[in-house]
Unconditional design. Structure first.
Length: 323
């Protein structure tokens, strides 16, 4: 397992699978903190730009800095790692999982901080569960161009073992992330943490994508707020029927608070729609609909949001922009 040393975590060899905005942000911060970081991204332009001139991170205060992780397009060139950080879009998780074997040593941790439900199970199809850890992050980022990202805002990263155990490797990762400036905490209820993030995503992501607005704008429209609240209530009913303990005192207040704190963000789903990319709707509202139907809980609002986003995915980008 990842070793703790006196004075904290040793230098880790880290491979980030999926170096979009969030993967690049985490890889960039860990690299700046002295860890050996490899970013793997199939978009050759981004990987080439980072390999040539470093990764440029524009911080929330406008300052720009350059960090120098390695960047490649094929994980086979990396070799075994201490930590594999999975940040691909959820519909690529299975494919990413199948490429991880060359990165795994007996002690390698594979950590997913992806949005949505089902990523752990998709990874577990190829990677023994003993390697897997999961969590969520409140960091926000977007890609400005090849080799350049915008750090839109900081937020807490929560990480946990699948069985909730307080292991040394968990402490080590929390410490490595926090030392690198990515404020992190350990959780003994990672399933609940993933659901808590899911409640945020089912309320904010589809509506920002459908209405083409930043997160904070939703709160200024009473009709949007009503839909958000209904989607969250359905999500909570499904979580409760599934026996998940969502670690939030007031989930609806939390969702509103995230929308307010990330008010200037363009949600990941809005970014996907604007770029003409497939969205993660299937593992966000789609996951609530699927779980609801499995457990006999009605989820009409989540179903409607899912259908609307699926319609958006079918409208070519140019007509979207004209609409
Ligand atoms: O997917 C996203 O964009 C983020 O998870 C969140 C929290 C909605 C902030 O933009």
């Amino acid at each position: 397992m990842i070793a703790m040393e006196a004075g904290g975590a040793r230098q880790l060899k880290v491979c980030v699978i999926g170096a979009g905005a969030m993967g690049s942000l985490f890889g960039g911060y860990l690299s700046a903190a002295g860890h050996e970081v490899w970013l793997v991204d199939t978009a050759t332009g981004h990987a080439d730009a980072i390999a040539r001139q470093g990764l440029r991170i524009v911080e929330p205060n406008g300052e720009e800095r350059v960090v120098r992780p390695r960047a490649v397009t094929d994980p086979r060139s990396v070799g075994p790692c201490d930590l594999v950080l999975v940040f691909v879009k959820s519909y690529h998780t299975r494919q990413a999982a199948a490429s991880l074997a060359p990165l795994l040593a007996p002690s390698t941790v594979v950590l997913t901080l992806q949005n949505g439900l089902g990523n752990v199970d998709a990874l577990a199809e190829e990677v023994p569960r003993s390697h897997l850890m999961a969590g969520t992050t409140g960091q926000g980022a977007n890609v400005l161009g090849a080799g350049r990202i915008h750090h839109a805002g900081s937020g807490e990263t929560l990480i946990g073992e699948l069985d909730g155990a307080p292991t040394d490797r968990l402490r080590c990762l929390v410490e490595a992330f926090t030392d690198a400036g990515l404020h992190a905490s350990a959780s003994n209820n990672v399933q609940g943490v993933i659901w808590a993030k899911l409640l945020v995503n089912i309320a904010i992501n589809p509506l920002t994508a459908i209405l083409r607005v930043r997160n904070g704008r939703l709160l200024e429209m009473p009709e949007a707020v009503e839909i958000m609240k209904e989607a969250v209530d359905e999500g909570l009913a499904v979580a409760s029927r599934a026996g998940v303990r969502v670690p939030l005192e007031d989930p609806w207040a939390h969702v509103r608070d995230v929308a307010r704190r990330t008010g200037d963000n363009r949600s990941s789903m809005l970014q996907d729609v604007e770029m003409g990319r497939q969205t993660e709707i299937d593992v966000i509202n789609g996951a609530v609909v699927r779980e609801g139907s499995r457990l006999g809980v009605a989820t009409p609002v989540n179903l409607a949001l899912m259908h609307l986003v699926k319609c958006l995915e079918q409208i070519p980008l140019i007509s979207c922009l004209r609409a």
